[in-house]
Design a protein around this ligand. Structure first.
Ligand code: SF4
Length: 494
């Protein structure tokens, strides 16, 4: 049994890779100035969007599947503690060992200790968001243990000493020519005549990784799902590197966020239809690996499951924001987001980019550590339309913006200019006379129209501190008469 009082601890997360050092607008400005990055992103997201739309259109019951996925996730979260304890019991009964980690530091310490106990100094890794979230590779390196990424895109990121910029395609910001140059520079004994043909690049990576697979004694993975009723873990992937890591080494350590548990195999059936169509645009994943504890003489003979909180119970405690935990990390919301498509993932400063990152990271760290992310959206709703588990991302963004405003109000003794402006607007709108006088005086703003485009009725540049507003958008020129004046002229006084 666990000694962690689940759902009551409200653990604060370890730093890991959840908070960037710059705000979203600062980082986005830099990304927007890079035309090559925008070309790479535009091409890749458009391709994945097209594939997804095609395979989703094949299913007549797609909307019912989405409803089922959402219903399973919502019901699971209500009894998350029960499902987790059942999972622990079944994994233990099948020969695995379950560990509970309240935050990133604790999870890293557990994994480091487990690897050290094997006596080996190298691990191979299956692509895993959660180990990036906690900064596991860096923690292992600090303990003298090398972690080798085996997913092709993760390998590209690791070789380039880079950061992932997409949930599914971590190296989406790199094109083939850049990858070819990287391989020539970092992989030993690469044929100097290597071209940027995708097959040649993949073959080079395969040769490089083959030796690692065959010699590795310890593997670290994440998990897409964990079935509580049998204690079965599931990883889906496209390259077969995951299957190698999950079967060849002697010891397997899986780190999993506590929200990944699902009650039964029948539930898994729903997600194995939703996930591949929403992520890679495939009918099913090329590799779906499932394992339950250990099996004598077959696969790893030692299995550890690390169940990670790292802020998740705090998210669960917020009724308006907890749906973010339902995410199955398909990345469909990234590929349709007009903001992500232009800025890429690095601008979000967190391992979780795009619309899901904008609602998940601020909740995991606390709004003060990622305050700019809920504003990194136009609220167009495209993310909600494609999400396979119907997470209402726009509503959660608005909820987090309100939380940020409220936090600012409580913590700043001197109100911000925005707070003063909003208070003045509220005071004016509360009284019909005040509102009428304000509308009439706003006509003065027509004079400012002279600074802009009169034909289009726009003010391109406001003076003084108001310039910050028009620095990124146009302001409409106030009309010559108000609606009430027009009504009185046309229809007579009300
Ligand atoms: S929020 Fe929805 S669309 Fe976005 S990654 Fe998660 S499951 Fe996919």
């Amino acid at each position: 049994m666990t000694d962690l009082p689940l759902l009551q601890i409200h653990a604060r997360p370890g730093v890991g890779m959840l908070s960037g050092t710059r705000s979203f607008p600062e980082a986005a400005r830099e990304a927007l100035a890079d035309p090559q990055l925008r070309r790479n992103l535009g091409h890749a997201t458009a391709t994945i969007r097209g594939k997804r739309a095609k395979v989703v259109a094949e299913l007549t019951d797609w909307e019912q599947l989405r409803d089922s996925g959402r219903a399973i996730k919502v019901a699971t979260m209500v009894e998350l503690d029960t499902h987790l304890e059942r999972l622990e019991e079944r994994v233990t009964a099948a020969g695995g060992v379950v560990h509970w980690a309240a935050d990133a530091d604790e999870a890293n310490a557990i994994v480091t200790r487990l690897v050290q106990a094997t006596g080996h100094r190298e691990v191979v890794k299956v692509k895993s968001m959660v180990t990036q979230e906690i900064g596991l590779n860096e923690a292992l390196l600090a303990a003298g243990i090398e972690a080798y990424e085996t997913d092709l895109a993760e390998l590209i990121v690791q070789l380039g000493d880079d950061l992932p910029s997409h949930i599914l395609v971590p190296a989406i910001h790199r094109n083939r020519a850049e990858i070819r140059r990287l391989f020539l520079r970092t992989i030993p004994d690469v044929d100097p005549a290597l071209t940027d043909d995708p097959r040649a690049l993949a073959a080079t990576a395969r040769r490089h990784l083959r030796g690692r697979f065959l010699s590795a004694k310890v593997a670290v993975s994440g998990a897409n799902f964990a079935v509580a009723e049998t204690g079965t873990l599931c990883v889906v992937e496209s390259e077969g590197n995951g299957r190698m890591c999950l079967t060849l080494p002697e010891t397997l350590i899986t780190v999993m966020g506590i929200e990944k548990v699902i009650p039964s195999w029948r539930d898994l059936e729903v997600f194995l239809q939703l996930l591949p169509r929403s992520s890679t645009g495939e009918r099913m994943n090329p590799y779906t690996s499932l394992w339950t504890g250990v099996y004598p003489g077959d696969g790893p003979q030692e299995f550890h499951l690390v169940l990670l909180d790292n802020g998740r119970t705090s998210v669960l405690a917020d009724e308006a924001g907890r749906d973010a935990l339902n995410c199955i990390r398909c990345s469909a919301c990234l590929n349709v987001c007009p903001v992500y498509e232009r800025t890429g993932g690095h601008a979000y400063g967190s391992v979780y980019p795009g619309p899901i990152g904008a609602i998940l990271s601020p909740q995991l760290t606390g709004i003060e550590d990622n305050a700019s992310l809920p504003y990194a959206s136009t609220l167009c709703g495209a993310c909600y339309d494609v999400c396979p588990v119907k997470i209402d991302i726009p509503s959660i963004l608005v909820h987090l913006r309100a939380e940020h405003v409220e936090t600012n109000r409580r913590t700043h003794r001197v109100p911000t200019p925005e707070a003063v402006a909003m208070a003045a607007a509220a005071w004016t709108m509360r009284d019909a006379g005040r509102w009428r006088r304000a509308q009439q005086s706003s006509r003065l703003g027509r004079l400012l129209g002279g600074r802009g485009d009169k034909r289009q009725g726009l003010i391109r540049s406001l003076p003084g501190p108001l310039r910050a507003w028009t620095g990124a958008r146009d302001a409409p020129r106030p009309p010559a008469e108000t609606f009430r004046e027009w009504w009185a002229r046309e229809r007579g006084a009300p």
